[in-house]
Design a protein around this ligand. Structure first.
Ligand code: ADP
Ligand code: MG
Length: 228
């Protein structure tokens, strides 16, 4: 059972990210341009090309929407929220998708009223990313277990799956922009999640073995309830 920290050092290099974005978005645009040129040539390729063009545009949209989650954290969006409520909301949001993949989501929340000073939507994005990865990893179904417990001044949230784990060879690469092993992956989920948790002064840890992967997130519990 191997432990590693997602490497966030290389992520802060804006130039590397910019180059990656440019590259990832130029590819579908080049493809779309090519199809348009062929169509301009007179032949009617509409049946063949429209679905491909639509798929490429959808991909650009997906990449941009994932990157938008990185937009500079606005203090205005930070509020005291009950983390358990957020997690319950996430489970409700992802349940149908899980069921479609023969996966059940189980929860174990050993905390009642832990408040976290957070941007609720961004934090939701983080846990949706982890659950999506878990669902995508568990090709034969199984159980995703989400736990939350208080430890000192932190709330510790774990998302555990029964997938095949993350192969040793790629453990250093996950969480770097655009690294994906999936045909339609963007390779942005872990990087974006990691950045968001960092903005919340939390920590992310990944444990993976051949019987599954566990993502552990520590978030500071806010003691300033009633103060605004
Ligand atoms: P994407 O999901 O678009 O590929 P992510 O940043 O979310 O991008 O994940 C990067 C890679 O990390 C995935 O392609 C996959 O290889 C690996 N990974 C992430 N989560 C898991 C998991 N729960 N189980 C196995 N592999 C995972
Ligand atoms: Mg993902």
């Amino acid at each position: 059972n191997h432990q590693l920290m997602i490497n966030s050092e290389k992520l802060s290099v804006a130039g590397q990210l910019a180059a990656g974005i440019a590259h990832e978005i130029r590819n579908p645009i080049t493809a779309i341009k090519g199809f348009l040129q062929l169509m301009e040539g007179g032949n009617d390729y509409r049946k063949e090309f429209f679905p491909v063009i639509t798929a490429e545009i959808n991909r650009i949209e997906l990449i941009l929407s994932e990157l938008l989650a990185l937009a500079k954290p606005q203090l205005d969006n930070y509020q005291l929220e009950e983390i358990i409520q957020i997690l319950q909301h996430i489970v409700a949001l992802t349940k149908s998708q899980a069921i479609l993949h023969n996966i059940s989501i189980e929860t174990q929340f050993n905390s009642k009223q832990a408040h976290v000073f957070c941007d609720e939507n961004k934090l939701k994005q983080v846990f949706i990313n982890y659950i999506k990865n878990a669902i995508e990893a568990m090709k034969d179904g199984g159980t995703i277990t989400i736990t939350a417990k208080e430890e000192k001044n932190y709330i510790v949230v774990q998302v555990k799956d029964e997938g095949p784990g993350i192969p040793k060879e790629i453990r250093d690469k996950i969480g770097t922009p655009f690294f994906t092993t999936k045909e339609n992956g963007t390779g942005l989920g872990l990087m974006v999640s990691n950045e968001i948790i960092k903005h919340h002064k939390g920590e992310v840890k990944v444990d993976s073995s051949s019987t599954g992967t566990t993502i552990t997130v520590n978030l500071p519990i806010s003691k300033t309830i009633g103060v605004s």
